[in-house]
Design a protein around this ligand. Structure first.
Ligand SMILES: Cc1cc2nc3c(=O)[nH]c(=O)nc-3n(C[C@H](O)[C@H](O)[C@H](O)COP(=O)(O)OP(=O)(O)OC[C@H]3O[C@@H](n4cnc5c(N)ncnc54)[C@H](O)[C@@H]3O)c2cc1C
Length: 402
């Protein structure tokens, strides 16, 4: 059985490794001519890093990434609202990793090429559409060429051509007005060097975490940050370009942020390259699969990055797809994969629109009015844990009993 995957992003490459492990022949077609390690930081949640450990990448992740100890939620005054542990010591079977997106993509790409062959990923081949009959799927490319396979997996990201053909006329992305600025800077580590924090509130937020094992071994930190500011300016669809360089006028919004362990305005000013990207998603789809064709990752369920779940859910899709096809090779396997993954990811997409686990920031912002206020007088630990536990349940990374 030959499986064609559109897109060599995190989702498509992780799926290829899982499918290859189950004995399938896989061919990936990637639109860009030359893949480059683009983007900045992303997180791989404990259940998704379990998938990567399963395909033998645990040591490589430990080499290049940071084993995140905890996500701290903080007020803009620097209060610790909640520390949500994410590490093995706290009862997860696998660690959460904070990592450079490009490094993870290239780890997956190199592993695919080593295990499946150099030609397993063909670049410069943008999937333009498909037709199918009882036996085969015929994939056509933007350059006029075509190829045949048994199944087609659309892992071609936010602007998926495969999705567009399955669900024409979806219209522009869903956008509520939050712009995100991103960057990374090498400097001294903050906290214990393994902490991620999210500070502020729904309108002005700051996400910060170290992403490089290599820098950590030198006593430094490659600190990834995301500044999120809500505007009433819905120009998102045309601005959604991961390489778009940004103006620096947003920095003044962070002059009032006072963290105990890092100076945010200085971090922002010292960052050489800053990009901007709108916080966009799409409404969940009523179905992903049509006979020999299905969707995976952002093509299937683009989501707000609340709870840092985009890459993780794409990796989990790949595992579920390979397992389902191993049991039922062919269209029935695709339906079984969708039956498992679509309800879960639909729930994550909708929950992320309500801020996901970051809802604790808004609970605190409504009650904490200044640096002198004490969190413990205003919010109970049980109220905070309820938010964290319910999101863990929705996103599927549940702790073992410790
Ligand atoms: C360049 C880039 C930079 C990013 N940077 C960040 C970041 O800094 N932080 C963050 O949280 N998330 C980032 N993301 C998004 C993040 O990688 C995804 O949300 C998540 O990893 C899910 O991955 P995916 O494989 O489903 O989608 P993607 O990672 O978007 O991968 C989709 C792949 O499909 C390819 N493709 C698109 N159209 C076609 C086509 N017609 N035919 C064949 N191939 C096609 C794309 O070139 C891409 O390689 C970035 C995505 C991209 C593409």
């Amino acid at each position: 059985m030959k499986i064609i995957i559109a897109g060599a992003g995190i989702g498509g490459l992780a799926a290829a490794l899982c499918l290859h492990e189950k004995g399938f022949e896989v061919q990936i077609f990637e639109a860009v001519n030359t893949l480059q390690p683009l983007g900045v930081g992303i997180n791989v949640m404990p259940h998704a890093s379990g998938v990567l450990f399963g395909v033998g990448l645990g040591d490589a992740l430990d080499e290049m990434a940071i084993r995140t100890r905890a996500i701290e939620y903080r007020t803009r005054f620097g209060h610790l609202i909640q520390s949500d542990p994410r590490c093995v010591e706290a009862g997860f079977e696998y660690p959460q990793y904070s990592i450079h997106r490009g490094e993870l993509q290239f780890l997956l790409l190199d592993t695919v090429r080593t295990r499946l062959g150099e030609d397993a990923v063909i670049t410069g081949k943008a999937v333009a559409g498909f037709t199918q009959d009882d036996d085969r799927v015929h994939v056509s490319f933007a350059d006029g060429s075509s190829c045949d396979g048994d199944l087609l997996i659309g892992a071609d990201g936010f602007r998926s051509k495969v999705r567009e053909q399955l669900h024409p006329g979806e219209g522009p992305a869903h956008y509520e007005g939050t712009m995100m600025w991103r960057g990374a800077n090498v400097q001294a580590p903050f906290a214990d060097g393994r902490t991620m924090f999210i500070a502020g509130d729904h309108d002005v937020k700051f996400v910060c975490y170290p992403i490089s094992g290599r820098a950590a071994r030198k006593g430094e930190a490659l600190i990834n940050w995301v500044a999120e500011i809500r505007h009433d300016n819905p120009r998102a669809a045309e601005e959604a370009d991961w390489t778009r360089e940004a103006e620096r006028d947003f920095i003044s919004e962070y002059f009032g942020f006072r963290m105990p362990d890092i100076d945010i305005p200085t971090l922002l000013k010292n960052t050489q390259k800053i990009t901007q990207y709108p916080m966009i998603d799409r409404d969940p789809l009523p179905w992903w699969t049509k006979e020999r064709v299905t969707l995976l990752g952002d093509a299937a369920h683009p989501m707000y990055p609340m709870g840092a779940n985009g890459a993780s859910q794409a990796i989990l899709d790949g595992r579920a797809l390979a397992d389902a096809l191993a049991e039922r090779p062919g269209p029935q396997g695709l339906l079984a994969y969708e039956a498992l993954r679509r309800p879960i990811t639909t729930n994550v997409v909708l929950n992320n629109r309500k801020s996901g686990p970051e809802r604790v920031l808004d609970i605190a912002a409504a009650r904490v009015k200044g640096p002198e206020d004490r969190i413990e007088d205003l919010i109970s630990a049980a109220e905070l844990e309820e938010v964290a536990a319910s999101y863990r349940q929705i996103a599927g990374f549940v702790k073992k009993a410790v």
